[in-house]
Design a protein around this ligand. Structure first.
Ligand SMILES: [Zn+2]
Length: 63
């Protein structure tokens, strides 16, 4: 069974925690789009979104 993930409002990281493990920011339950970044140095979408790490991210996070 997959736990419902939450997404950071600041850096889009997906997490099961209630605060973001990457930046300590607020997380939201409402998000869309599942993005896996493997090589953020070479990813246009990571650059556009301001992501500077590899991992799982949400494309859109509801404010
Ligand atoms: Zn964050």
């Amino acid at each position: 069974m997959v736990k419902r993930l939450k997404a950071c409002k600041d850096c889009y990281t997906l997490t099961e925690e209630n605060t973001c493990p990457m930046c300590g920011g607020e997380v939201a339950r409402e998000w869309q789009g599942y993005l896996i970044i493997l090589e953020h140095e070479h990813s246009d979408i990571a650059r556009k979104m301001g992501i500077h790490a590899n991992g799982k991210f949400a494309l859109k996070v509801r404010e």
